[in-house]
Design a protein around this ligand. Structure first.
Ligand code: Z5A
Ligand code: MG
Length: 219
């Protein structure tokens, strides 16, 4: 008897500073998957402000919630990813490609930038389903400062973004040889040029790396 095999979806994450172009690229890549490749695709983003944990995070980010301490906030951002795990796994198992705007690297980057220990910050995200590809859009804090709407929420200050940038730099170093982390130089490039580079990397990954992974080990 023949079993119908469903190829699971790709799990693609975008990381970077505020205004680095994560949402822009998430949308553009999803559109390409859907319209040009006719492949099933879905977008999600973190924080997901609609869940139980997400509502508290939204108040916090909009400065309406003043009492939470940094560690509590850190764990809430992780909790928000754990809340979404069953849905993420379901989507991928259905064969839908998932494009995710921020994930656990953001959790570590923003909390470590506040002074929390880098290794401690990783703990609450250990065991989350891991992305196939994380695209880090590398743009300087000076550049994002000049983009639209900068300055509306809690973390949108130049000095803080510079600290976040340093934490991302250490990830960039740590994962420089990983097939699952791709740094995209984002300075002086149009949105279209960035998308083209990303799509080329996705194609290369699917051709070279993905067939080697053991999908059955997915949670
Ligand atoms: N946070 C955290 O602390 N811990 C966590 O675990 C997680 C998050 C998950 C809200 O995140 C905050 O939550 C965030 C981190 C923290 N802190 N802050 N601040 P968010 O994802 O909701 O919001 P955001 O990432 O800060 O901002 P954003 O506006 O969504 O940024 P973006 O998605 O990277 O950028 P964009 O909207 O695609 O582009 C911004 C502008 O630049 C827009 O006008 C574009 O048209 C323009 N743009 C885009 N690409 C280009 C190029 N190539 N050239 C020129 N202009 C461009
Ligand atoms: Mg965004």
């Amino acid at each position: 008897q023949e079993m119908k095999q469903v190829q699971r979806g790709l799990f693609i994450v975008f990381e970077g500073l505020d205004r680095s172009g994560k949402s822009t690229q998430s949308q553009r890549v999803a559109k390409y998957f859907q319209e040009e490749l006719q492949r099933k695709v879905q977008n999600i983003s973190f924080p997901n402000r609609d869940t139980k944990g997400g509502k508290i995070l939204n108040d916090y980010l909009q400065n309406r919630e003043q009492k939470l301490n940094d560690r509590a906030v850190h764990v809430l951002f992780s909790f928000n990813r754990w809340e979404m795990q069953p849905e993420i796994i379901e989507i991928l198992k259905n064969g839908t490609n998932l494009i995710c705007d921020r994930y656990a690297f953001s959790g570590v980057a923003y909390s470590a930038a506040k002074g929390l220990d880098f290794e401690w910050c990783k703990n609450s995200d250990r065991g989350l389903i891991q992305p196939d590809l994380t695209f880090f859009i590398d743009v300087k804090p000076e550049t994002i400062q000049q983009r639209g709407n900068f300055g509306d929420e809690r973390y949108e200050r130049f000095e803080f973004q510079s600290k976040v940038s340093k934490v991302y730099d250490s990830f960039k170093q740590d994962y420089r040889d990983s097939k699952h982390w791709i740094t995209i130089e984002g300075e002086n490039k149009t949105r279209e040029q960035v998308t083209e580079e990303i799509l080329n990397k996705i194609t290369a990954y699917e051709n070279d790396v993905m067939p080697l992974l053991d999908f059955d080990k997915m949670a």
